[in-house]
Write a protein that binds this ligand. Sequence first.
Ligand SMILES: C[S@@+](CC[C@H](N)C(=O)[O-])C[C@H]1O[C@@H](n2cnc3c(N)ncnc32)[C@H](O)[C@@H]1O
Length: 158
Amino acid sequence: MIVEYRPIGVVRSPFSEPEGTPIQPSRADGARGTVELDEEYAGCLSDLEGFSHIILLCHLHRSGGWRPTVVPYLDDVPRGLFATRAPSRPNPIGLSIVRLVAIEGATLTVEGVDLLDGTPVLDIKPYVGEFDSLEEVRCGWLDEVRSRRRLADDRFSR
Ligand SMILES: C[S@@+](CC[C@H](N)C(=O)[O-])C[C@H]1O[C@@H](n2cnc3c(N)ncnc32)[C@H](O)[C@@H]1O
């Protein structure tokens, strides 16, 4: 089965190349961008202004081919792809939780952007602590690494 989606809009961000782009919203120092939705979706934004954060589901359109294991940005040994948030995946879908700053018409201003300028947006969902924040979690290999890397290098775009 082939699944086809049509983007609902596009991310505008200060980042034009993977190298130097924040590796996650939590390490983006509040980098600001916008989500420019197609006008037909403006009506879908009512009631969203009450949420401080939103989940952006995006197509990471500049991803390269995927491999079963990758050396993630936060480690220096190979890890199983699905145990990482590497952008190069069989289906290169990105999940970014960003702060919602403002909504004007069909444009959302957001902070904490880790996405390249021009990234197609597939969906937006409100971030809800009760649903999305769990208290007792294990984070596998990430529990053992202490890397404070904030910005991507070119390992997934070489
Ligand atoms: C590690 S991914 C994480 C994305 C999302 N927060 C997630 O966890 O799914 C973020 C990195 O992907 C790269 N990236 C961002 N937008 C991209 C795009 N549209 N296509 C390919 N790579 C992208 C940048 O190098 C950025 O630092």
